[in-house]
Design a protein around this ligand. Sequence first.
Ligand code: PGA
Length: 266
Amino acid sequence: MTTRRPFVGGNWKMNLTREGAVALARALAGDDPASEALEVALFPAFVHLDAVGATLALARSGLALGAQDCYPEPDGAFTGEVSIPMLGDLSVSAVLVGHSERRHIIGEPDDLVARKCRAVLDAGLTCVLCVGETLDERQAGLTDAVNERQARSALQGADLDDPSRLVVAYEPVWAIGTGRTATPEDAQEAHARLRAVLSDLYDADTAESVRIIYGGSVKPGNAAELFSRPGVDGGLIGGASLDARGFLDICAAARGARAAHGATTP
Ligand code: PGA
């Protein structure tokens, strides 16, 4: 039986006003979906972290506060960037690293993603490492090769003394924000391959302990089916995380899938 605690992240991207972010955090904390059975993290914009963190603290919520990015150096002349110690000051406990919008829109290369990944893990925070292929790469049959390259380059040599602090998010780029979703079979297969890469980089026990989650147009209507697949340990939710009711339904689907796995997985 899997002992992995499912993980659901709400990636708010460059959305919401400060007031809207606080209202959403308050609505989610009021019906707190985080528990022993499910880890849930919210990823507001940098400028809303402080207000969202204060809202979660006031509500004594179990929801974790996450950042959408970071810079790997602790301080210095890096105009516009935000360091991990700065995030720590705001009680951030998780960081998205290598999201496809940063790789493909902003132009972040693998080696910068790797430095960020190591810096987040070394700081003792949870690293949500995003990997995934573009449509062209998928059509060229390169899905596994791209996922493997991105995972290996980010994690090679990275210390993973606590595997629960690494979450790998498989996010096919063509499925993000498009309404197109990988089939549950495709997700299951990609996750199994990624777990094999982790096993090779570390060892089988470590690979079994790392959560691998799916992202790309997850909605209340498709979450249960995706999360019910063996090896799919939750999701990273973009558009659908901006609606409190929908996000809570997705969290409920992740809890339900874990209960079902627990009942059936030997
Ligand atoms: P989406 O985004 O749910 O809007 O497709 C997912 C993500 O970018 O993490």
